[in-house]
Design a protein. Structure first.
Length: 215
């Protein structure tokens, strides 16, 4: 938690090249073929116990201030991962991201993708407890308004992953999947001293599609 907090603000305000990949909306995660799906009507035990930072309310998973939570029922060798993410209220938008954890092995070794309401997106990695930046960009595919819901999809394969936001491919990148497959989770982080509120809906981890959408 401390390591991620150190870099949340820096990545949110760094000057980045604007990126927008035009294209048609792609096939989405398939809840009928899901390895795991959750509409958050209640907090399933596979997420662990509810607490002041993470609980369900009104059919959403609600985050207050921060959360890093993985679900061991999502372990996979390759999958399409989807969630609807909303930054509900944050005092410091450029320091308060929300996103997905993937290729999780343990808390010293995992990847995560998150975005800020300012339009910035980053993919980062923890390797043996050390932070590594994989990529940073901005995209017009992202709805930047506070309270706007963004549909995140990341298609992971053994050696690469493709990120889509609201049906538009944003980037494809290489990575290292854990030997026994990766676990998926949720992440959100508020700026120090400025707690925010976040929501997740329609979380689906489904079998991989035949086409990762890469170029």
């Amino acid at each position: 938690m401390k390591m991620l907090r150190l870099f949340a603000g820096a990545l949110g305000v760094v000057g980045l090249a604007l990126f927008f990949a035009a294209g048609t909306a792609r096939a989405d995660c398939n809840a009928d073929d899901a390895l795991y799906a959750d509409d958050f009507e209640f907090l399933d035990g596979s997420w662990g116990d509810a607490d002041d930072h993470f609980y369900t309310e009104g059919g959403s998973a609600v985050v207050k201030d921060w959360v890093e939570r993985v679900n061991f029922a999502t372990q996979n060798q390759g999958a399409n991962i989807c969630v609807d993410a909303t930054i509900v209220e944050v005092p410091k938008p450029d320091e308060s991201p929300i996103g997905l954890i993937f290729w999780w092995q343990d808390w010293d070794n995992f990847y995560y993708v998150w975005y800020w309401a300012t339009g910035s997106v980053a993919v980062n990695r923890m390797v043996k407890g050390k932070y590594v930046s994989v990529l940073q960009t901005q995209t017009l595919a992202l709805k930047k308004d506070i309270g706007a819901t963004n549909h995140l999809e990341i298609d992971v394969r053994p050696k690469d992953a493709t990120l889509f936001i609201n049906g538009t491919q944003v980037t494809r990148f290489r990575g290292v999947q854990p030997k026994d497959g990766g676990v998926v989770g949720l992440i959100a982080l508020s700026a120090d001293g400025a707690p925010g509120t976040y929501k997740f809906d329609n979380f689906v981890v489904s079998a991989p599609s035949g086409d990762s959408g890469g170029q």
